[in-house]
Design a protein around this ligand. Structure first.
Ligand code: LMR
Length: 328
């Protein structure tokens, strides 16, 4: 009976969260994998949902499914092409089977901070990448920021040699696999929803992610500590299917894209702060956060940066150069 009551309560909550759609409204399902508050993507998705549901009432209705409750990132793009979900925002590391061009975002130490990432994305090259998967049926609509990646393990990591021989969870990206191979560590690709359990049971020893993900998924609870390396970036592509977008009435499409642009500008401006707050929450909860000396940081750069040469052909030397100019 207790189980039945709990299940009924859970069902009611789910129904309540998605009760806004009226008959005749076009339903826009948005699936993502992170927590829904205290997270750049979670907050942006909720804001998009409330604006669409208010301003497009009668025409469209958005349902957001966070926390991998509908799809994992390795399923969501296929589901989108099948018309089962209309919107997602996977990290740029999760498009390998569609394009190799996003590999530039995974190259370690390519961008010095999230402002540099923002400037690159706003450039002609960055905007052009939004259209790079049209032939495969996917349309990039916007970039959403998370932030810079930090690295954690079940032992202190101060020098690259500390990572040697350890198993690290990575997103499904060849660049990220090469990055850990360069440390003589063992990368293991795994869905986001499985990482906490894998760290807890020792299936992997460590991981890399942003403060908001390390806090939101509680990775810090099952790690010795997190080292502030800022060695890479996790950013998102808000993506839809070409067919769905083309099928919309022009006025509906325009209104939806305008709301999305405004939400993007609004939330991207706050993503750094959201991550800083998550870092502080980790510290407040007793998580260890380690800083590097300049020499130690230089050692991580030396160990990881050779990976660039491996992928120069995929991402284009001119794009690497453009990204570096932004850093200067
Ligand atoms: C990850 O898999 O670590 C991230 O891409 C999750 C996310 O969406 O931030």
């Amino acid at each position: 009976l207790k189980i039945a009551a709990t299940a009924a309560a859970a069902l009611m909550m789910t129904t309540a969260a998605h009760a806004a759609c009226d008959a005749g409204e076009m339903v826009i399902k948005f699936s993502h994998v992170t927590n829904t508050d205290k997270h750049p993507k979670g907050i942006a998705a909720s804001l998009l949902q409330s604006r669409v549901n208010e301003e497009m009432n009668g025409k469209a209705c958005m349902e957001v499914y966070g926390n991998s409750s509908l799809y994992n990132d390795d399923q969501v793009l296929e589901a989108m092409l099948n018309g089962d979900v209309q919107l997602a925002a996977p990290s740029l590391s999760k498009f390998e089977t569609f394009t190799k061009k996003f590999r530039i975002f995974d190259l370690p130490f390519m961008f010095k901070n999230i402002d540099a990432v923002d400037a690159f994305q706003a450039s002609e090259t960055g905007q052009g990448l939004l259209d790079s998967m049209q032939r495969r049926g996917l349309q990039g609509l916007a970039y959403w920021h998370n932030g810079m990646k930090q690295i954690s393990a079940n032992k202190p990591l101060l020098l690259p040699s500390d990572a040697k021989g350890l198993k690290f969870r990575v997103q499904p990206s060849e660049v990220l696999k090469a990055q850990f191979a360069a440390l003589e560590a063992n990368p293991q690709a795994m869905a986001f929803s499985e990482v906490y359990g894998a760290l807890q049971t020792g299936v992997v020893d460590g991981q890399e992610n942003t403060w908001s993900n390390i806090y939101g998924q509680k990775f810090f609870e099952v790690q010795d500590g997190t080292t502030e390396t800022n060695h890479g970036v996790i950013d998102y592509l808000v993506v839809t299917s070409v067919d769905w977008l083309e099928g919309l009435d022009a006025d509906v499409r325009e209104q939806f894209l305008t709301i999305l642009d405004e939400v993007t500008a609004d939330r991207n401006g706050d993503s750094f702060q959201v991550n800083e707050e998550a870092k502080q929450s980790i510290i407040d909860a007793g998580g260890e956060v380690r800083q590097l000396t300049e020499e130690q940081r230089a050692a991580w750069v030396d160990a990881m940066k050779p990976v660039w040469a491996e992928f120069e052909g995929d991402v284009g030397a001119e794009n690497i150069e453009a990204a570096q100019k932004i850093n200067a």
